[in-house]
Design a protein around this ligand. Structure first.
Ligand code: UD1
Length: 417
């Protein structure tokens, strides 16, 4: 099992390019299942474990997939299978979005329940209720969901919560259904806009992405597209926090600054100088960070839950007391406890963290509790005095392509052992 060894205390400086978005590439790869005409070419795909598993799922379904550098091609022209085994489904929490795609393509699906519960319970009721409203009959038997999608029909689907995954599942299930399907209270995340842009590039007819009302007019078939995945906004925020926590100064290229707005406004409140162009962001950290206004996670355009742990780590050394409310996932403060072993002073009660800024963190041997919690420990270790060792790196690897190379390029003293 590899680990990260980090000697903290070096200000990160320089420029790096941000990789393609994990949460955009996964649904877009699932969407290729819908294409029965031509070969899809997808650029800017990050090199991540979840992408590898998604490719395995596509191959299991019968698609021909190639991967060269950051470009993936998917040929799904021939007859596809409808079954994804548990061994693959459970390696990937977002594998549930294949349910809508396979149902639309093969009119039946057999998939196991998706994996684990790293962030607390991750129910799929919004996904299955929506697909049932679209005419799917879903039965659960021996840990498998059996979906009969022989009689799909368009309808209006009001979501009780703007779930990202459920919105994606509905988009995938409905773009080939004749008539007009409407999603009310849809998720507005940039990754939804990216998926819709890809589907429209394949010939779908979808409007309203990025608003809470998405309108899908069914088309008879989809053709192949050549598409480039949007930049990863959470990876971007991670590198900005690394620079801010170490008193550094960095420029990120290949970003969409608008996607980072809530994070950038908190960083500005902390005293960072921020300058953005259409595709770059520059951050210069102050000598001492200040506690910002309360951070409350919320669906986009609110502050992203995925960036919450990163900012808790950053604020561990900010002057004053910071408050963070988590409203999306219940087990998202696991890394706070670990940060306390590094000298932070964070008290967590239910979904609220109170962070009393300390002057320094200290290097320790720690374990990543989950993907973003692991990234939070990297931020803390870079800022801490002394050497830290971070175990359970496999969690961090799920979300960051070339993390060590990028951080070394920015001057960090980091090694994978
Ligand atoms: C996606 C992102 C994840 C991000 C999250 C919220 C991917 C691969 N993952 O996850 O990184 O943290 O959006 O921005 O894109 N819920 C239900 N029933 C459901 C589905 C969800 O109650 O059927 C609840 C969840 O428990 C959670 C909330 O809705 O409390 C948000 O979940 P959702 O937006 O669906 O997140 P994911 O799509 O799983």
């Amino acid at each position: 099992m590899s680990r990260l060894v980090i000697e903290g205390g070096k200000a990160l400086c320089g420029s790096i390019s941000v990789h393609g978005a994990k949460n955009a590439v996964l649904p877009i790869l699932a969407a290729t299942v819908l294409c029965s005409d031509g070969v899809n070419v997808i650029h800017n795909c990050p090199n991540l474990k979840d992408v590898t598993v998604t490719i395995e799922i596509l191959r299991k379904l019968g698609a021909r997939v190639t991967r060269q550098g950051h470009t993936i091609t998917v040929d799904a022209r021939h007859r596809l299978r409808h079954h994804i085994p548990a061994s693959l489904m459970q390696q990937l929490r977002s594998s549930i979005i294949f349910m809508g795609a396979i149902a639309a393509r093969t009119h039946k699906a057999k998939i196991s329940m998706p994996g684990g519960c790293e962030l607390g319970p991750r129910p799929i009721d919004l996904h299955s209720n929506a697909l049932e409203s679209l005419g799917c009959k879903i039965k659960e038997k021996n840990g498998y969901l059996h979906v009969n999608a022989k009689r799909l029909k368009s309808t209006t689907l009001p979501l009780s919560f703007p779930s990202v995954g459920a919105t994606e599942n509905i988009l995938l299930a409905s773009c080939l259904i004749p008539g007009v399907t409407v999603i009310e209270n849809a998720a507005k995340e940039p990754e939804i806009i990216d998926l819709v842009a890809f589907l429209n590039a394949m010939g779908a007819s979808i409007t309203g992405a990025g608003t809470s009302r998405i309108i899908i007019t069914g088309v008879p078939r989809l053709h192949a597209a050549d598409y480039s995945i949007m930049p990863d906004r959470i990876a971007a925020m991670t590198y900005l926090c690394c620079a801010a926590a170490t008193g550094g100064s960095i420029t990120l290229t290949n970003v969409v600054p608008e996607h980072l707005e809530t994070g950038l406004s908190i960083l500005a409140q902390c005293g960072c100088f921020i300058e953005a162009t259409s595709s770059t962001v520059t951050l210069v950290a102050p000598p001492k960070l200040q506690a910002p206004d309360t951070i409350t996670t919320a669906p986009y355009p609110g502050f992203p839950t995925d960036a919450q742990s990163l900012f808790v780590a950053l604020l561990a050394c900010a002057e004053g007391t910071s408050h963070v409310h988590e409203t999306i996932f219940e087990s998202r403060f696991k890394s706070a406890e670990v940060l306390n072993t590094m000298g932070a002073s964070i008290s967590v009660q239910d979904n609220h963290a109170e962070i009393h800024g300390v002057s320094t963190l200290h290097g320790r041997t720690v374990s990543a509790p989950d993907l973003r919690g692991g990234a939070a420990l990297v931020i803390a270790a870079l800022a801490a005095d002394g050497i830290s060792e971070i175990n359970n790196v496999q969690y961090i690897d799920r979300g960051y392509d070339s993390l060590v190379t990028n951080l070394r390029h920015l001057g960090a003293n980091i090694e994978r052992k």
